[in-house]
Design a protein around this ligand. Structure first.
Ligand code: SF4
Ligand code: NI
Ligand code: NI
Length: 730
């Protein structure tokens, strides 16, 4: 009853505010005035998802607001018993619509992203499609098990910091919004000098409860981006957020009507709220559990309570070290003046290297530190040489797994709070902050991290892990030479793998938790479209977890050599997409191309006038020659459907010999962003030489010469681009 009447009152309040602002702007600017949130292809995402109505102008907003009005219920008479949750849920949805319009109006007024009137902090504001896609892969591979929206403020700064740190350690992405008693959690964290931002999984949205809508907008977009749910299919969208977006709210402090109303909106999406005031759990099943507050449980247990209520699966492994640990600390930066000691980074010789051994050659858990007075030299701070040499053994271990395990050394170290790591092999760079040192972090702890995490990440294949740290320059240089020989052999092996030379491809089904009908088919010459999984990664992943997200695909008979079609792949893809797809061609964009989930690094699409293709990477915000920005292009390729002429790809696929093999290959590229050109320059030039056009990179247009097709064609003609004289793509 409190919920219903509070939510109904709150809905009216938000609705009236939105209406007032909207009418003011219609009077000033006219109803045809166009509005867009920054970098999204989903208009006002909540309204778009729920109704299918693409709000583009102020008049459209008026229409959408009328839809919200239909959901409003008369304000409840005091003491009247409201028997069911329906009214609260309707009011909740109406509130979300009205909040979306209210925030849009604030954008018009230049008030968003909000600037904190007390601290001057600029909040995140609307969450763009680009950020959504950047995070996509972490959502599906288990690195980020859920999301929390903290609304309000904790009773004191220390409690605020503690709650957030606990969420961070569990890799839960935290959104901050709202206020209680004039205080906000964002300011509390700022006073405690807690780092804020996407890199550390703590994102301040704004100071009002209404700002929570940005997080809900983000959640509902996942249904359309990854789930292939059509805008307007509100049941589909709400079911998707309930089943697949593991979010919950932690409203801290007393609840007011707008909090009730927004909370009721979130319940529609399947998100429970766990409060610290006297209604501790609001559950989306429609039943409200009015639990008595157990004072003990309050803030120390609120996070674990939320995890239990929302049913999150948290697997966290923490090495026995004196600092906080988890992926949320990967993004932190350590500035020079905060550094206690550093290794590598061109300051000292350094490297990191994993090698497999026979079981009887090493001793599990053994840590060897070699070097004169290494303890004293570490305690003195500054810089020091460091070779990190990890030896592993296991019955299921194969040398092919070494590079994958070695790449994880970076994450292993970087996840320590106050530890920063960059690069790999012999171009690594490691910093330990003064704060981590003050917590008691030692050189030995680096080895402990590698021991624990190598075990935990690769438990199915590794039985023993031994770590040696070299700290004398001469030793580091000498052992680094040995490592370099091994790296060279490994690279040659990877480079010599071709699609023809293997019998098995691998699938990646990780994104099916978000995009149920998408399967990545990963071959030696085509990596996953997110860029994070190549054939060897998948092979290792299958070895590590045979029932996991990477499964072998028996190639079978070749059906089409040029287009890349095999009997075994067709059978697999049909089964794994629940019959959504019958067949797939790996080497063409024109006919039954591979589908996309939503986390592609790049989008490639045909530019018909130029008889070629263009490639644009995620994060590029400018216009492209086909008249669409990345964000709107992305809207056409996701959701696991085949769209001939459009395809999501990983960056490194561009320089594969199988890239567009059936369509004429690399020479089809007519436009590519400058950043992309830079990123793959060396490999690209090598491939261009093979194709007989050594200066080909210069013949490809980018955003500095053309952002429309007319300029593009002019440029292509001026450089004699090969695509112009190739056979027609159609
Ligand atoms: Fe998703 Fe494909 Fe990347 Fe796997 S390889 S995580 S399915 S995009
Ligand atoms: Ni770190
Ligand atoms: Ni994906």
């Amino acid at each position: 009853k409190i919920i219903a009447s509070g939510a109904i009152r709150g809905a009216h309040k938000v609705f009236n505010e939105a209406e007032k602002l909207l009418f003011k702007h219609i009077a000033e600017k006219g109803g045809d005035y166009v509005f867009e949130f920054p970098d999204t292809a989903f208009y006002l995402p909540m309204i778009y998802a729920m109704t299918g109505f693409a709000v583009k102008t102020l008049n459209d907003m008026k229409e959408a607001l009328m839809m919200a009005k239909e959901l409003l219920h008369p304000e409840p008479v005091e003491k009247e018993w409201t028997p069911y949750l329906g009214e609260a849920l309707d009011s909740g949805m109406a509130t979300l619509f009205a909040e979306e319009i209210w925030l849009a109006m604030r954008y018009l007024e230049g008030l968003e992203p909000e600037k904190d009137p007390v601290t001057g902090l600029i909040y995140n504001g609307f969450i763009t499609d680009t950020i959504q896609r950047n995070l996509g892969i972490q959502l599906v591979d288990g690195r980020m098990p859920g999301f929390a929206a903290i609304v309000g403020a904790a009773p004191d700064d220390d409690t605020a910091a503690r709650i957030v740190r606990e969420l961070q350690e569990k890799n839960i992405l935290v959104f901050l919004s709202g206020m209680s008693n004039g205080e906000t959690i964002t300011r509390q964290l700022q006073r405690k000098k807690v780092e804020l931002g996407w890199d550390v999984y703590v994102v301040p949205l704004g100071t009002t409860t209404e700002h929570t809508l940005y997080a809900l907008d983000w959640a509902v977009r996942a249904a359309m981006i990854y789930g292939g749910v059509k805008p307007g299919d509100y049941k589909g969208c709400l079911k998707y957020t309930k089943d697949r977006v593991f979010a919950f709210a932690l409203p801290l402090g007393p609840l007011d009507d707008v909090k009730w109303a927004t909370g009721a909106g979130a319940i529609n999406m399947g998100f429970p709220a766990i409060c610290d005031s006297d209604v501790p759990v609001i559950h989306p099943t429609g039943v409200c559990t009015y639990e008595e507050v157990d004072k003990e449980y309050d803030h120390a247990k609120i996070v674990s309570k939320a995890i239990e209520v929302r049913g999150l699966k948290i697997v966290s492994h923490k090495p026995p070290i004196p600092i906080a640990y988890g992926p949320a600390f990967e993004g932190e930066r350590i500035r020079k003046e905060d550094t206690f000691i550093e290794f590598g980074g061109n300051k000292t010789p350094a490297y990191e290297f994993i090698r497999s051994r026979e079981l009887d050659e090493i001793e599990d858990g053994k840590i060897i530190i070699k070097g004169d007075n290494w303890k004293e030299r570490y305690e003195a701070g500054g810089a020091m040489p460091l070779g990190i040499y990890v030896e592993v053994a296991g019955r299921e271990m194969q040398p092919d797994y070494e590079p994958i395990m070695e790449r994880k050394l970076h994450h292993n170290i970087n996840e320590g709070q106050g530890i920063w790591h960059m690069g790999q092999r012999d171009v690594n760079w490691l910093r330990i902050s003064k704060a981590a040192k003050a917590e008691g972090f030692t050189l030995e702890d680096i080895a402990k991290i590698q021991h624990t995490m190598t075990h935990s990440r690769f438990k199915a294949i590794v039985d023993k892990v031994q770590v040696t740290l070299f700290t004398d320059e001469a030793d580091v240089v000498k052992t680094r030479e040995e490592a370099r020989k091994v790296w060279k052999d490994r690279d040659q092996r990877l480079g010599s793998l071709t699609d023809e030379s293997v019998d098995l491809f691998y699938s990646c089904l990780l994104c099916q938790s978000f995009a149920p009908s998408h399967t990545c088919v990963i071959t030696p010459e085509r990596l996953g479209l997110c860029g994070a999984y190549n054939w060897l990664d998948c092979k290792a992943a299958f070895g590590i977890d045979p029932s996991g997200g990477n499964q072998p695909i028996t190639k079978g008979e070749v059906l089409d050599e040029k287009y890349g079609r095999w009997t075994g792949v067709d059978v697999y893809i049909k089964a794994s997409t629940g019959g959504a797809l019958d067949t797939m061609n790996a080497y063409t964009i024109m006919e039954n191309p591979m589908t996309s989930c939503g986390c592609f690094e790049c989008i490639m699409c045909v530019v018909p006038e130029a008889n070629g293709v263009m490639v644009v990477q995620r994060g590029h915000t400018g216009m492209t020659p086909i008249g669409m920005k990345f964000s709107s292009l992305a809207g056409t390729v996701g959701g696991g459907v085949q769209t001939p002429g459009f395809m999501g790809i990983g960056v490194n696929f561009i320089t594969s010999r199988k890239f567009l093999y059936g369509d004429g290959g690399l020479k089809r590229v007519v436009w590519m962003t400058k950043a992309l050109k830079e990123r793959i320059r060396d490999a690209f030039i090598e491939r261009a030489q093979e194709e007989g056009v050594p200066d080909f990179l210069d013949k490809i247009a980018d955003e500095t010469v053309a952002e429309d097709s007319e300029k593009l064609l002019e440029f292509l003609a001026s450089v004699d681009h090969p695509a112009l004289t190739m056979p027609s793509m159609f």
